[in-house]
Design a protein around this ligand. Structure first.
Ligand code: NCD
Length: 290
């Protein structure tokens, strides 16, 4: 069984192979039947999109899914994360889809589980399936990665989406810049003023402010933020003609993105969600391959 922990572990060839399979599932030209396999979707942090699109991907591949709810689990009886995951491995699950607030939570599990660990997000660290669905959406739009410019805007420092995309997009030959208020910027991540980035990027990727990862020290005014760093209709008009808008969601309308922009012509946000199913099907297929 093959884990999927970070995209940095994968070569460009492996990433393209996953995207090819995902495109095959999208087009209906690729078939795969994983009957007899069992998955446990273990979300120790909130999730709607990732959790339920993994669920739909599993349904489409005939994988049976064991339901898990952290709130009613024996973690209430002080059972640890490690022992909880070990249980699902011990009872015979083939896939462990895991999201945890702890960066690199998977390191403690390696060598201790037989199932494939599919990382559905580790704190501010990695979100490999989100990046893969972002890449699939970009490839469908532009037919290539090389030479494209992507601006990632918002709470860069606390975003696993930004960290994962920054690494993989540069490896794929894209130019990646980040933008947003100083308090959310990170060293070495190519800062560019929002106005410049908007006018020169092929992809404008907006991020949600990750309030749950702030320690209370962040002063935040949502109207001020919207005025300075929000993607408003006025800002969309400054984008290149063929440029697209992406967002991993959940989005906060009226904060990082204006209500009327969410479904405008340039927006690919719901397309990203649809692609999430195909990418997760490809990742499940890959996990059982030799
Ligand atoms: C993202 C996440 O959980 O990292 N959501 C997602 O998986 N689509 C982004 C976010 O929560 O802001």
């Amino acid at each position: 069984m093959k884990h999927l922990l970070t995209l940095a572990d994968l070569s460009i060839e492996e990433i393209n192979a996953i995207l090819d399979d995902a495109q095959g599932f999208c087009d209906g030209t690729l078939k795969c039947d994983l009957s007899g396999r069992i998955a446990a979707n273990l979300f120790f942090e909130s999730s709607t999109r990732t959790q339920y699109s993994f669920n739909v991907a599993q349904e489409k591949l005939n994988v049976r899914v064991v339901s898990f709810n952290v709130a009613t689990s024996s973690m209430n009886k002080k059972e640890s994360f490690y022992d909880t995951v070990k249980l699902f491995d011990a009872i015979g699950c083939d896939f462990l889809v895991i999201r945890s607030p702890e960066v690199e939570y998977y390191k403690q599990l390696l060598g201790h589980v037989n199932a494939a660990i599919l990382n559905a997000g580790d704190g501010t660290g990695n979100h490999p399936t989100q990046s893969l669905l972002d890449l699939l959406t970009i490839r469908q739009e532009f037919g290539k990665f090389e030479g494209l410019k992507c601006c990632i805007c918002g709470d860069i420092a606390h975003s696993r989406v930004a960290h994962t995309n920054f690494e993989v997009m540069r490896r794929l030959g894209m130019e990646v810049v980040t933008s947003g208020p100083d308090m959310f910027m990170e060293e070495g991540m190519n800062f560019e003023p929002f106005e410049t980035a908007l006018a020169t990027s092929d992809i404008v990727m907006m991020l949600r402010v990750q309030h749950e990862r702030h320690d209370g020290s962040v002063q935040f005014d949502k109207d001020e933020y919207h005025k300075n760093f929000g993607l408003t209709a006025e800002n969309v008009a400054k984008m290149k003609e063929h440029a697209i808008i992406m967002h991993p969601a959940p989005f906060n309308r009226g904060v990082e993105i204006a209500d009327e922009v969410v479904e405008c012509d340039k927006a690919r946000i719901f397309k990203q969600m649809s692609n999430g199913v195909f990418v997760r099907m490809a990742v499940l297929k890959r996990a059982v391959e030799d």
